[in-house]
Design a protein around this ligand. Structure first.
Ligand SMILES: Nc1ncnc2c1ncn2[C@@H]1O[C@H](COP(=O)(O)OP(=O)(O)OP(=O)(O)O)[C@@H](O)[C@H]1O
Length: 239
């Protein structure tokens, strides 16, 4: 089965509500794949199902040729699925450096060889070289997003799930984020959930659109921009 991430017939119900309904998705190794759609489309649900923090009601998830559908989040992370959250998940009482060191630990808490140098390198790569000793709780919202990105990269993911990284950022911070995303190594595939369409269209090579839990469209940026189904989804018309 080709494709780094292959999702088939994925569904998730909350009582009577189908938050996600029979969705398929394929993310190739090294791809820049965006997942968009109006509020409540099911984007975060899909991301959480892939990360393993939610269990599906239907469907399968394959990563790197393995069926990970029932696998715990920590095991998926060890296989190479990294993520950031809608609200940055950092340890407020630890320094930025310690956050990255902890996030990059191997199983059983062992630090990676050269871990400190690598952590400093990652912090520099996300623009936090002047804040390595700052407590994460004292960082601005935008800086916590940058820190969480460095933490996710410390796990050496092959797939990075980014959940609305531009949410709550001021325009100059969005520009900084766009630069950081553009500089991500192409050894990492990215699945980006985002409402900021300029950011998405500048970043993605494939775009998948969800509406009311259903798959509406997958295509290149020009295909997505000119799709009547996508326009209808954003206009609130049933696909
Ligand atoms: N824990 C929950 N209990 C009940 N319903 C939920 C729960 N989580 C999500 N939902 C519902 O599932 C649907 C999909 O939610 P989801 O957060 O995945 O959408 P989204 O596309 O990420 O939306 P947004 O862009 O607003 O973040 C929504 O109708 C939402 O209200």
């Amino acid at each position: 089965m080709s494709g780094l991430l292959v999702v088939e017939g994925l569904g998730r119900r909350y009582g009577d509500l189908a938050a996600l309904d029979g969705v398929g998705l394929r993310v190739e190794a090294g791809a820049r794949h965006a997942l968009i759609g109006p509020n409540g489309a099911g984007k975060s649900t899909l991301l959480n199902l892939v990360a393993g923090s939610l269990r599906p009601s239907a469907g399968r998830i394959h990563f790197a040729g393995r069926d990970v559908t029932g696998m715990a989040p920590a095991r998926r992370a060890r296989l190479g699925i990294g993520r950031t959250h809608q609200h940055p998940a950092v340890w407020s009482s630890l320094s930025a450096l310690d956050n990255v060191l902890v996030a990059g630990r191997r199983p059983w808490g062992r630090l990676r060889a050269g871990g400190r140098a690598r952590a400093l390198e990652l912090l520099a790569s996300v623009g936090l070289d002047a804040a390595t000793g700052t407590l994460a709780g004292s960082l601005s919202h935008g800086q916590r997003r940058q820190l969480e990105l460095a933490m996710a990269l410390a796990g050496e993911p092959r797939l990075l799930l980014l959940d609305e990284p531009a949410a709550g950022l001021a325009p100059p911070e969005v520009e900084l984020l766009a630069g950081l995303l553009a500089a991500l190594p192409d050894t990492v595939a990215v699945l980006l959930v985002e409402h900021h369409l300029d950011l998405v269209y500048g970043f993605a090579d494939q775009v998948t659109v969800l509406h009311s839990g259903k798959h509406v469209h997958t295509g290149t940026v020009p295909e997505t921009r000119s799709s009547p189904e996508v326009a209808a989804a954003y206009a609130g018309v049933a696909p």
